[in-house]
Design a protein around this ligand. Sequence first.
Ligand SMILES: [Zn+2]
Length: 245
Amino acid sequence: MTPWPRAATAAGALCAAAAGAALAQLLPATSSLRRARNRWVPGLAGVGHPGHLALTFDDGPDPASTPAFLDALDELGWRATFFMLGEMAARCPDLAAEVARRGHEVAVHGYQHANHLRRGPAWATRDLIAARHLVAQLTGAAPRWFRPPYGAISASTLVAARRAGLRSVLWTTWGRDWRREATVESVVADVMATWVAGGTVLLHDSDCTSAPGSWKTTLAALPRLAQHWQAAGLSVGPLAEHGLR
Ligand SMILES: [Zn+2]
C-alpha cells in the first residue's frame, strides 16, 4: 500500500486531483471536454508518448472471450493492459494467471463493476484493495493502474486508489464496443474519431457488462485497427510502456 503523504501535500494533491476528477467526469458529454481532459489532466486521461498507443481491455478475464483475445494479440504481436474485475478473476484464476504469463500487463478495474459516484470512500477503498490483492495473488504481478467502472471517478475514487497503491487512468479513445449496435466498422470509426497522439485506447475483452456477444465485434475489429495503426507508424503496447507522467 502506498503511504499517505504529509497532510499539506495530501490536501493539495487531493484538491488538484478532485479538480481533475471533476473535469474527467465531464468526458462523455462532448468532444471539446474530452480534449480538455486530455490537455489538463493528461496522466489521468492516459496521454503518453506520441508515437506509442496504449491498448487496454476492461471487464475480463472471461473464459468465453479472453482466450480468443490472447490468441489474437499473439498473432498481431501486441502486448496490452488488462483491467481485471476481481469478481471475474475469482471465477477463473488460471485464466487470470495466463494473461500475465503471456506477457500482458494486469491492472485493476475494481472487485465489483460498480459506479463509484454512488459509493462512499470506505466502500471504494475496500473494493480496490480486495481487487488489487486478488489480481496480484493470482497473476504474481503487482498491478499499478486502476480504471473505475464507467469511468465514474470522484475524489473518493482517487483517495481509494492511492490507499490501494494504484494510479487511476481513464482513456483518450474508445471504440464504444459495448453497444448492441456496434459493428466492426463503427468500432474502427469511433477509435479513429477519438484518437489523439499518445492515446490510450479502451476496448473490452468480456461482455459481462456489455451487450451479449459484443466481444466478437471487438475481436474482429483488431486486425482492421492494426492496419490503421501500422500505417500511422504507431507502436502498440501496455500502459507500462506508455510513458505516462
Ligand atoms: Zn467496465
